[in-house]
Design a protein around this ligand. Structure first.
Ligand code: SAM
Length: 286
């Protein structure tokens, strides 16, 4: 086994394969030996459960995931990592690396192809430049997931775990709340990574509800409303939604009133139940 948290090993691997770290791709690799085993412990409910990783880097987390699950599929954008992973993950036959941009995957088709009937959990140290888009892609696609356990910037962790109706909440918070519950598991200081980022991080886990709050069609509509509402969060909900959804102001005001909300309510003040009722009212008859 290669010590992938050992700086000497990392430097020599990088030198041998000619690899240079890309800031643009969020390449801050984990070098704290305790963090990857902890993510695998928290994130993988059983050996039978498949694991989807986003972003392998040198494979330090992939390695631990493969010790805990029979079936690991890792999506990585940067093909320059291929010679590195050939060395670092050589001992496993339960890992497949898929060289793709995660954002371009058709997730239902991809999961069916890679995992068949297996349950699937997501575990990753996310590239920070696209944390919210990646989580939105997972939550929006309405695929069934056992859990999503990911490392994100501390501020993003706070946003994801915030209550709706608070200042910290954003569109991605609402998307999380519509699909499940979120908890912060542990903090990870910046010096646990190489190269060290400028901010600290935290690992969070999103656990989808056993009984979804709504069906796929309703989820898609509600997320459309959520994105429009949060895009104009400083405006009143009436003005923001009318502009964002291209609807008459009177129709939005009537829908808000039907949900017991005043004309002056701001979108960020609405809770999950209200978001669902509001969407139902706005799209009644469609
Ligand atoms: N898992 C490794 C670790 O913990 O050390 C690497 C994590 S690093 C923060 C993020 C990884 O995501 C990098 O390897 C980067 O190349 C990859 N990545 C960036 N954008 C991606 C995308 N759109 N799709 C797939 N992988 C991506």
């Amino acid at each position: 086994m290669m010590e992938l948290t050992d700086m000497q090993v990392i430097r020599s691997l990088a030198k041998r394969t000619g690899f240079t770290f890309s800031k643009g791709l969020g390449q801050n690799f984990l070098i704290d030996p305790e963090v990857c085993p902890a993510i695998a412990e928290y994130g993988i409910p059983s050996r039978e459960c498949g694991v989807l990783e986003i972003g392998t880097g040198f494979g330090v987390l992939t390695y631990q995931l493969a010790l805990h699950s029979e079936c690991v599929r890792a999506v990585e954008l940067d093909r320059r990592l291929e010679p590195v992973l050939k060395e670092t993950l050589a001992e496993f036959d339960n890992i497949r690396v898929i060289w793709q941009d995660f954002m371009k995957l058709d997730l239902p088709a991809f999961l069916a192809e890679q995992f068949g009937e297996r349950d699937v959990a997501v575990c990753a140290n996310l590239p920070y430049y696209i944390t919210s888009p990646i989580l939105m892609h997972l939550l929006e696609s309405n695929v069934k997931l056992a859990s999503i356990t990911v490392m994100v910037q501390k501020e993003a962790a706070e946003r994801l775990c915030a209550d709706l109706g608070t200042r910290a909440a954003g569109a991605v918070t609402a998307a999380v709340r519509l699909r499940g519950s979120a908890e912060q598991l542990f903090s990870v200081p910046r010096d646990s990574f190489y190269p060290a980022p400028k901010v600290d991080s935290a690992v969070i886990r999103i656990t989808p509800y056993q009984n979804p709050l709504c069906d796929a069609d309703m989820l898609a509509k509600t997320l459309r409303v959520v994105k429009a509402g949060f895009a104009q969060r400083r405006k009143t909900a009436v003005n923001g939604l009318a502009a964002g959804l291209d609807l008459p102001k009177e129709q939005v005001a009537a829908a808000l009133a039907a949900c017991g909300q005043s004309e002056t309510v701001r979108f960020e003040q609405l809770d999950t139940d209200t978001l669902l009722r509001l969407t139902e009212t706005l799209y009644a008859g469609e």
